[in-house]
Design a protein around this ligand. Structure first.
Ligand code: ADP
Ligand code: MG
Length: 250
């Protein structure tokens, strides 16, 4: 399949330098919920980073801060370049009064070959038959695929995906992971993938960050390179450790 973009277009992968001194929410009762305290990590251009951690530890909050949608924190998130951000929200977050095609077209670059890019996205996400449907007519799984397609259509330098394959059946999730992987192989995009599935992290990412419960801290930072993938005993141990962490409550 042709890549969605030719190399002459400016959408090079971004580097990230994340330092969050403090991020807290005010709860309904007025108390402070501290989500992050002195969190630091870097992401290299083109790196594909999976993020795992127990529910409520701040994964969605982190992605929203990196996307620039939540600026209410102390610290600094540095990004190289002025590339676009593709965001797959945990909930599909589509415009209900616009068709599938219109939802995707909204984020497309003016200089991209519109019809070809759109067709490529619809085909990759297996939603071509739904291009004229409205979000309200879609199942949750279909709406999720529109959300992923929309993020890819932005031809981003930074792709943020918040549990994008949740609620898809495992065969379809595996197919979409393969498609995203082959897209990233053709055109490197710095990618952050929040997931609850260790197998998904192994499949898509080149590095894994594991967060512990609030205030969140990084308890594992693992390269998922071929050396690791060739060591089944090591993978089994890592999987067990991560499952233990994921079972914690925040
Ligand atoms: P995760 O994605 O890891 O499950 P979230 O980032 O959604 O976690 O939430 C982290 C914590 O912050 C949770 O305890 C959640 O209840 C709290 N939280 C998230 N959004 C808000 C908000 N808008 N107001 C108050 N608390 C929030
Ligand atoms: Mg979340």
């Amino acid at each position: 399949m042709q890549p969605l973009i030719d190399a002459s277009q400016d959408c090079s992968p971004e580097a990230l330098d994340v330092f969050i001194r403090r991020k807290a929410y005010k709860s309904a009762s007025g108390s402070q919920i501290e989500v992050f305290s002195d969190l630091r990590f870097q992401v290299a251009p083109g790196e594909s980073l999976a993020i795992m951690g127990p529910s409520g530890c701040g994964k969605s909050t982190l992605l929203r801060m990196i996307a620039g949608l939540d600026a209410d924190y102390e610290g600094r998130i540095g990004r190289t370049g002025a590339g676009r951000t593709g965001m797959v929200f945990q909930e599909p977050t589509l415009l209900n009064w616009r068709s599938v095609e219109e939802n995707i077209r909204l984020v497309m670059r003016d200089d991209s070959d519109g019809a070809a890019v759109l067709d490529g996205i619809l085909e990759r996400m297996e939603i071509s038959a739904h291009r004229n449907h409205f979000p309200g007519e879609l199942s949750v799984g279909l709406a999720r695929r529109v959300g992923i397609g929309r993020a890819l259509a932005a031809l981003p330098g930074l792709l943020l995906m918040d549990e994008p394959f949740a609620s898809l059946d495992s065969a379809l999730a595996a197919r979409l992971q393969e498609k995203i992987k082959s897209e990233l192989a053709l055109r490197p995009v710095t990618t952050l993938l929040v997931t609850h599935s260790f197998d998904e992290a192994l499949s898509v990412a080149s590095r894994l960050l594991v967060f512990a419960a609030r205030p969140s801290r990084i308890i594992a930072d693992v390269k998922l390179d071929d050396n690791l993938l060739d060591a089944p005993a090591h993978i089994a141990t890592l999987r067990r450790e991560i499952e233990d962490v994921m079972a914690q409550n925040c």
